[in-house]
Design a protein around this ligand. Structure first.
Ligand code: PHE
Length: 350
């Protein structure tokens, strides 16, 4: 009570005098630190405005509104005074720094650091533009995947030797969850969700438990492609791949198909492209003038069934573009490990 009593006495003295006194102290604050301490004191509970507010419950009701307004007004005036003093102190500090002996106003400012897009992101965006222009939808899928989607639904049962080709990170003792070893599981997820006919691409990270070297990494990027429709044929697949190459390299590039085995396509192919960098053999094509570009094939009927699509009515093709490899080809990167190294000396080049 005595506290409130004294507050009453104080406020009833003269708010103008109070404000004038506080302002004088603010104006005299010698540096930013002193100003900060003063600010805490004056704007806090026991500052002039705080004391008025605290006294309100003891005032006759008809005076309370005016007292509240007065407190707010006082607070605002003090805040203004503090802000003005802060500006003054800051510019004084800058002024003294500038007038120091070693200040050279002719020096250029520190350069602004400019960020850039990761080379994988660049290529993904280009390919997304290209494929959406051909009517493809862009899909995404989980990186921690069910064994069912990663293997089983893709016609790779538990005891199938094709599992050995993809050294898998299993996530639980039962082996029900895996880090997806390819983007193909999204084929089945897409079939479950979309009504044929449809076209989709799936760019994303995949994981394999491999010993790393210049061309192998435990984490890399792929882009799956899937087209399901009436009478979709190998001809459509070849057409789509030629368009892809024209988009990436800016001109027509000859391709060839070799037989390739993947349990989820039948027939399956390895698609090679004429080396875009030479005519008679170079380091990139290992002197063969062909580079292995991507595995692909016609979607296996069992996979269509896994995705709930009737293989008697619909057919489709799928391809698995090795994005990391394409990025390396595109930018002449000689070691896949650079891509996820996070090394700024590498990244700053893009
Ligand atoms: N998913 C396969 C792999 O990663 C590639 C592939 C995709 C093959 C689509 C055929 C069709 O090895």
């Amino acid at each position: 009570m005595s506290f409130l009593g004294s507050a009453l006495v104080t406020t009833s003295t003269d708010p103008h005098a109070l404000l004038a006194g506080a302002r004088a102290r603010v104006a005299a604050a010698a540096d930013l630190q002193a100003l900060q301490a003063l600010e805490r004191e004056l704007l806090g509970k026991s500052g002039p405005a705080g004391l008025i507010l605290a006294s309100i419950p003891t005032l006759p009701p008809e005076q309370r509104k005016a007292a509240g307004a007065q407190a707010n007004e006082l607070k605002r005036a003090l805040e203004e005074a503090c802000a003005a003093r802060r500006t003054a102190l800051e510019s004084a500090a800058l002024e003294s720094e500038r007038s120091g002996g070693d200040f050279d106003p002719t020096l250029p400012p520190a350069p602004l650091e400019r960020g850039g897009l990761h080379p994988v992101t660049r290529v993904v965006r280009e390919l997304e533009d290209l494929f959406t222009s051909m009517g493809y939808t862009i899909l995404d899928g989980p990186e921690v995947e069910l064994d069912w989607y990663n293997f089983e639904a893709l016609n790779i049962p538990k005891d199938h030797p094709a599992r050995d080709a993809q050294d898998t990170f299993y996530c639980d003792p039962a082996g029900r969850l895996v880090l997806r070893t390819h983007t193909s599981p999204v084929q089945v997820r897409a079939m479950e969700r979309m009504q044929p006919p449809f076209r989709a691409i799936v760019p994303g990270k995949v994981f394999r438990n491999e010993a790393t070297d210049a061309s192998h990494e435990h984490t890399f990027h792929q882009m799956e492609g899937l087209v399901v429709g009436k009478d979709v044929s190998v001809g459509h697949l070849i057409g789509a791949m030629k368009t892809l190459l024209r988009g990436v390299f800016g001109r027509d590039i000859e391709i060839r198909l070799r037989p390739g085995y993947f349990p989820f396509v039948e027939p399956g192919f390895e698609l090679d492209a004429r080396c875009p960098f030479c005519t008679s053999g170079c380091r990139v094509c290992k002197q063969s003038t062909w580079i292995e570009l991507l595995p692909c094939g016609m979607v296996h009927p069992n996979v269509l069934k896994s995705g709930g699509i009737d293989p008697e009515q619909w057919t489709g093709f799928a391809f698995g573009l090795g994005l990391s490899r394409l990025v390396m080809l595109r930018y002449g990167i000689d070691d896949v490990r650079h891509l996820l190294s996070g090394d700024l000396r590498f990244l700053e080049q893009f």
